[in-house]
Design a protein around this ligand. Sequence first.
Ligand SMILES: [Zn+2]
Length: 438
Amino acid sequence: MKNQNGYVDSFAKLIQCPTVSASGKEYFDKFHKVLDEEFPHITKVCEKFETGGSVLLYKWKGKSQDKPIVLMAHQDVVPATGDDWTVEPYAAVVKDGKVYGRGTVDCKNVLFTTMQAVDELIEEGFVPEHDVYLSYSDSEEIGGPGCEINRDWLVAHDVHPGIVLDEGGAVVTEMFPGMKHPLATLGVMEKGHANVKVIARGKGGHSSQPPKNTPIVRLARFVNYCDKHTVFAPKMSPVAKEMVRSIGKVTPGFMGWLCKNVGIFGSLLVHTMPKKSPEFWGAIFQTTIAFTMMEGSSATNIIPNCAWVNANLRFSPNDKSEDCIKKLEKIAKRFDCEIEVQGSHEATPEVNFSGEEYNCLVASVKECFPDAVIAPYMLFGGTDCRTMQEICDTAIRFMPCVMTAEQDGRMHAADENIDVDAIGKMVNCYKTFIKAYK
Ligand SMILES: [Zn+2]
């Protein structure tokens, strides 16, 4: 059995396969070969299904085929571009107690530790109460069909998962200033999203004789308005309420007391908490707008006859996408701008976070991370779990990975890294959960 050094050596081999989304079948074939070698008990004991593309699906037979566990991750990674990396992104460099590399937290850590947990349990002679499936998409980062392929396979084979676990929340330390306990965020829903192109038109011309109110000026006024005003009112959702209550239990002083009594002070907290941490609590309580792209003319001395800015919206569970887009359109009209909507998804429904499957997960997390505060959580971005949620009431976005908020921010960025210690703790937590799941 692997020890901690063994974990790092084995994990490094996975990172060293640059399985960038759509990079080509040969990269994924090589990766699969590494998995076959690194997890010999899975290779020997589990059934492996060819469901399509480079997607992987394993079945570890349990005592019952009812309410199986589905452990998910994705094999593909985003490219490691730019020269801002301080190490080679696919070398899996170990430095200062951390493994660096693309995919170390998004999310080959999940793939590695779920496989390692199953491999060890097989070696120990353990037989799970229920079947365990390992489902690894090949195209999550580009919104590809990998997860759908496995979902369809499960449906076709009459498999009804009792619980699905995918990437998402983590065991985050130093989440808020003054918070002494790590926060284990169990993702139980995802915000919706849309891109809205806001367009201003006008008479273009030479910049030497500028008219008033050009397209760029109007767009700038529009953006400034959205930045200065609360376009979408903050509201308390059931998930946010549970989250505030959980955090209240470990927050000292007056604030902690308010949070614990969120049932009474909810409407006060939705306004005060975003002031303390707009990026986090603002995103929890509100539909957010981020301006991400813009374009004017193609030369320094041309006034454009059309300019646009992209507004990336993330819908809170309290808001319907249609209403938010209408509101934005109304504001845009005030500045003589029009809109074009490019793809829109509602927030997912909340999964069941009071059933025995969820409670079993919570108990396992508590056992493995005794000082962590466990809270249901709303994901701001999307995961493959959205697809699996269609066939499972308890589809949880959570990896038992200890990381700082800073490490969390390195997903898709330079110097992505994971603590060496975190790897063993993840393996342990998945093993604990599989053993506890009855
Ligand atoms: Zn991911």
